[in-house]
Design a protein around this ligand. Structure first.
Ligand SMILES: NC(=O)c1ccc[n+]([C@@H]2O[C@H](COP(=O)([O-])OP(=O)(O)OC[C@H]3O[C@@H](n4cnc5c(N)ncnc54)[C@H](O)[C@@H]3O)[C@@H](O)[C@H]2O)c1
Length: 349
């Protein structure tokens, strides 16, 4: 299955996202694989058996979001110089979203930009992070604040890698899948409700549909000037939750799940969504062991946090809300008391 990315309107770029068994890949140039020890122990041998190149090296970085930093980028760059990569060389991101984001960003920097390809190995990175060319790292001011839009030359998604993914990480990816279904495609949501995510053909279909939805958004709006913001459904709340819990309690996808529940409640308050629809989504999230509750201890400070989000502008918060399942509405003029009323419903009484 191939999903094309077509950015001819903006960047004159096209490439394919292939969802299938990883093919044999031959490169007439130097290649460096960027990965971490967890993925390397499980899958590097398989990857190496599929690649031939003029020269092939592996750079391993520590596992974890806390290493998605400029410091790690610099250490990778140094190793690329030691391997004497030239401007024709290629990087391969082999791992989850952290490896993908950091490899893409490093590729954008090395000698003003060299090619890279993505071979994502988590569900979240297969359905979301590897699609669309957002790359970057975190700093002390926040997540993904330093980065570049830098498209890969190709993305190869092989669901076989998911077999070793811890169940919590798998569920975190499901949150991003349901996000896309609720925003854009009611029949996809209905399909997901009863789908067995561990069936080989079903998961392939789910990945393909998710990638198609994200690709169609990216093709229209590579740099998030408009519709791409819809992919942030649930994320305005999620970012506050992640911040309040210091990125320790929840995986990103888990915080997205809670954010979706909160956004749905706000949509109900505005008459855009029904209780029954919200319940269907809660049931789905619960079925996949995703959290749906959160206790807001201080409503005012939770509310103030919205304004620190990089998506808020000129003191107005942009909420991406469902307008029934399968449609979205971007709303930016919601009264403070309405938002706080919704937040209070998550607070201690
Ligand atoms: N660029 C984008 O558009 C975009 C979109 C969404 C998220 N992101 C970013 O993605 C990151 C989160 O990605 P993630 O959820 O993949 O997390 P991750 O990259 O940290 O991977 C999660 C864990 O799973 C391990 N792992 C990876 N593949 C495995 C496998 N096949 N078997 C066993 N373990 C495996 C990793 O080593 C890690 O410990 C965040 O940094 C987020 O900002 C980027």
């Amino acid at each position: 299955m191939i999903v094309p990315i077509n950015l001819l309107n903006t960047a004159n770029i096209t490439y394919d996202i292939t969802i299938d068994n990883l093919p044999q890949l031959r490169f007439d140039r130097k290649v460096v694989i960027i990965t971490n020890p967890t993925i390397s122990a499980l899958h590097l041998e398989t990857l190496l058996s599929k690649i031939t190149a003029t020269e092939l090296n592996v750079v391993t970085i520590p596992d974890g979001e806390e290493y998605k930093t400029l410091h790690t980028v610099e250490s990778i760059l140094n190793q690329l110089f030691e391997h004497k990569l030239d401007r024709k060389s290629l990087l391969i991101a082999f791992g989850g979203g952290v490896i993908g984001d950091i490899t893409g960003f490093t590729a954008s920097l090395y000698q003003r930009g060299i090619d890279f390809i993505q071979i994502p190995t988590t569900l979240l990175s297969q359905v979301d992070a590897s699609v669309g060319g957002k790359t970057g790292v975190n700093n002390s001011y926040g997540k993904n604040l330093i980065g570049a839009f830098y498209q890969p030359k190709a993305v190869y998604i092989d669901p076989i890698f998911l077999k070793t993914l811890p169940p919590r990480e798998f569920s975190a990816g499901i949150a991003e899948v349901v996000k896309m279904a609720v925003m854009f495609d009611k029949s996809f949501f209905e399909f997901l409700k009863d789908a067995n995510f561990h069936n080989e053909n079903t998961i392939k279909e789910i990945i393909k549909k998710s990638v198609e939805l994200k690709a169609s958004v990216v093709n229209q709006d590579e740099k998030e000037a408009g519709i791409r913001a819809v992919l942030n459904y649930g994320h305005t709340f999620c970012h506050v939750i992640e911040n309040e819990t210091e990125y320790k309690k929840y995986l990103h996808g888990e915080a997205v799940a809670i954010g979706i529940v909160m956004a749905n409640r706000l949509a109900i308050e505005l008459g855009l969504f029904t209780q029954e629809e919200a319940q269907k989504i809660n049931n789905f999230l619960t079925k996949h062991n995703l959290p749906t509750t959160y206790t807001i201890k201080n409503i005012d400070s939770f509310y103030e946090h919205f304004f620190l989000d990089k998506k808020s502008s000129n003191g107005s918060i942009k909420f991406i809300l469902p307008q029934h399942i399968g449609n979205y509405k971007i709303v930016s003029d919601i009264k403070e008391e309405i938002i706080k009323k919704v937040l209070k419903s998550f607070g201690e009484i």
